[in-house]
Structures are given as C-alpha cells and as structure tokens.
Write a protein that binds this ligand. Structure first.
Ligand SMILES: Cc1cc2nc3c(=O)[nH]c(=O)nc-3n(C[C@H](O)[C@H](O)[C@H](O)COP(=O)(O)O)c2cc1C
Length: 358
C-alpha cells in the first residue's frame, strides 16, 4: 500500500500520481486517459483561450467523473520590447533567409498568457477540483476567488524558499520540481538556473520545511522513480515526460522520433525557445543560438520570432525550432496508452516498495 495517503485523500484519486500539465502537447484526450488509469488528469490552459479551455474541460467532464486539475501560468506579463524583438529577429535572420520567410511579415502566433480575471471567472464557473499554477501564485484577489470556488491549489517550488513561500501564501500541496524536470523551471523567487537542486536534494529538504503534502517532479518515469520519491518523503509524484510518447499526446511525429532517440544526456536547459529557462532535448536552435542566449527576449516573447521558423521547419518534417521539452529520464518513456501506463507505473511502484520492505 502507499506509505503516505495524504495526497490520495486530498485529491480523491486512485493513485498518488499527477499527469503533469504540459501546454501544447496535453489536451482533454490525454487527461481523460490518465484519469481513467487512476491518476489526476491535468488540463494545461496557459496556451488556451477561455473558450478553448472551457470546451476542453467539458470534454473531460463528459468522459470521466474523476477529479480534474486545471493548470495556469502566473508569470508577470511584460509587453514585448521593440528593441529586443528587432535584435532577436536580426539574430534569427539567417534562418528566415534559409527557409525563405519574409522577416517583416506580421506574426500571429498563440503564446503563453498569465492567469487573469477572465480565466478566474472560468474557474469559478467550472469548479475544477484542483487548480495548479506554474511560476508562483496569482495575486491575492484572484487566488482568494479560486479558493472560494472550492478548488485545491497547488504550485511548483524549485528551492526550499519557494516552497515555504507557497505554503505561507495558501498552497494546499507543493510540487517540488527538481532540476531534472522537463519543461519550464517553475522558479519565481530565484533566477539562478545553475543553483537549482536536483530532486534527491530538493524533496527531503522541502518535506522538512513545510507541513502540506509534497509532490515530487522531475525525471520520474517508472516504478523505481516513484518508490524513490516516497522514500524521500513525498506523498505523490507529478510525471510529464514519461507520458509524451503515449498515443493520446499531441506530440508531432518528428518530435516523437527525437524523444524516442534521446539518451540520458540529450536534454539541456535553454532560454532561446521562450525567454524563460526550460529543459528539452537539444535541437538546432538550442545548439546554434543557445542554449542560453542574452539576446532572447523576455518570456514568452522569444517564442514569437521563432514561430514562423518552427512552422516552416515542421512542414519539412524538422524540429530545428520546435520545443522538445523533456526531462532527463526521457529514455525511460514508453509508447503505451496513458491509462495503461498509469496502471503500470502505479503497480511497479507498489511492487518495488513491497520488495524493498521485505
Ligand atoms: C512538454 C512539457 C510541457 C510542460 N508544460 C507545463 C505546463 O504547461 N504547466 C506546468 O505547470 N508545467 C509544465 N511542465 C513541467 C511539468 O509540470 C513537470 O514539472 C515536469 O514534467 C516533471 O518532469 P518530467 O517531465 O521529467 O516528468 C511541462 C513539462 C514538459 C515535459
């Protein structure tokens, strides 16, 4: 049995596993499948309009009666800086030329927006059981409204100081995101990428510092990883990368191929794709422009200049400009339906723990 049941009791799921919300590659289909397998299904809303988020949420509700997590970014929005945008376009000019794209053409690409009053109204309308945030928490007024709607609030910490801050500011559980994790660092009280602790160092120190349940995240991809998280004091896990090769994910074919070929040392942290540090499988733009570039405009504006390149390269079957967000355990990912994968992960974790106990 699970050695810590606090998260199971909080979320009322069969397993203490959260499908990581992964903007751009997770939609209702994967959330439904993970929920059917016994995990907490998450719907990433950072790149969705209010209408799309409502439609996706309603699809999940039509298919499963299990609890649902809606996930939002809550970075401080900053306007694009024309000077930096122009500099970025100059840096990317050779790629525009190579792909035959007019660099002066207007760009109309969906980007990542922070949680705002309109999304808060949607949360009040839909009342998901769980709302998770990345990059801290929204301002007090909005957070109060989310809590008043009855939602359990969770968010990621990358250092102990962030975990304490989240608990003091109302988080009901904390995701301890280790440096190994795929995607954006959830960091909000620090910008020090080099100092981000790995999951083995972070989880027990966060567990010691807060009273709320801790959810371990980062390179957990099989029963061994889940058992290790519990050994470190976590009450559950949030798993992203391991679900990327499930048939229900929206990862495009050439990106799937890149994930399937990735090794333990294939991922790096980059800021060139969005302006904020995130871990992904290294691709051409990360290698040639980054992985960290001072020229990249602030989050999320770096993505705008890359959008036409990404679209054109993808048409040619290339992922030279595509974010291939993935954690360090990408190689452990399996091509398996998400409900089955969830049950396999939970079963393997329980077997591992009872083997270790005996
Ligand atoms: C493709 C991808 C997209 C992600 N997008 C989000 C997101 O939209 N919101 C969020 O809170 N976390 C996001 N994350 C981070 C995850 O919540 C989590 O920290 C991470 O997946 C855990 O590490 P793992 O991928 O090694 O399992 C993303 C991660 C990946 C791999």
């Amino acid at each position: 049995m699970w050695p810590d049941r606090r998260l199971l009791e909080l979320f009322k799921t069969e397993f203490p596993i959260v499908l990581a919300p992964m903007a751009g590659v997770v939609d209702a289909e994967l959330a439904i499948a993970a929920a059917q397998g016994g995990a907490l299904g998450s719907l990433p809303c950072a790149m969705l309009s209010v209408e799309k988020a409502r439609a996706q949420f309603n699809i999940i509700r039509q298919h499963v009666s299990a609890p649902v997590n809606m996930n939002f970014f809550c970075h401080r929005a900053v306007d694009a800086d024309a000077g930096r945008e122009a500099g970025w376009k100059r840096r990317l000019a050779p790629y525009y030329k190579e792909l035959g794209i007019d660099p002066a053409a207007p760009i109309n690409a969906a980007n990542r927006a922070p949680f705002d009053a309109a999304m808060c109204e949607l949360v009040e309308e839909l009342k998901p059981e769980v709302v998770s945030f990345h990059f801290g928490l929204p301002d007090r007024t909005l957070l109060k409204r989310v809590k008043a709607a009855g939602c359990i609030v969770i968010s990621s910490a990358t250092i102990v100081k962030e975990a304490i801050w989240l608990e003091e500011n109302g988080a009901d559980a904390i995701i301890a995101q280790g440096a190994e994790a795929g995607g954006h660092r959830g960091m909000f009280l620090t910008e020090d990428i080099a100092g981000q602790p790995g999951i083995f160092a972070l989880v027990p120190q966060v567990v010691d510092a807060v009273k709320v349940p801790v959810i371990a995240a980062g390179a957990i991809a099989d029963g061994r990883g889940i058992a290790a998280a519990f050994a470190l004091g976590a009450a559950g896990v949030q798993i992203g990368t391991a679900y990327l090769r499930c048939p229900e994910s929206k990862v495009i074919a050439p990106a799937r191929a890149a994930l399937a070929q990735a090794l333990d040392d294939s991922t790096v942290i980059t800021n060139v794709l969005t302006g904020r540090p995130a871990r992904g499988v290294a691709n051409r733009v990360m290698r040639e422009v980054g992985p960290i570039s001072p020229d990249a405009p602030g989050f999320p504006h770096a993505a705008t200049g890359l959008a036409p390149l990404k679209a054109a390269a993808e048409k040619l079957g290339k992922v030279d400009f595509t974010n291939l967000w993935a954690g360090q355990a990408v190689r452990l990912g399996r091509e398996m339906p998400a409900a089955e994968l969830t049950r396999v992960l939970a079963g393997a974790a329980l077997a591992r723990m009872s083997q270790m106990a005996g």
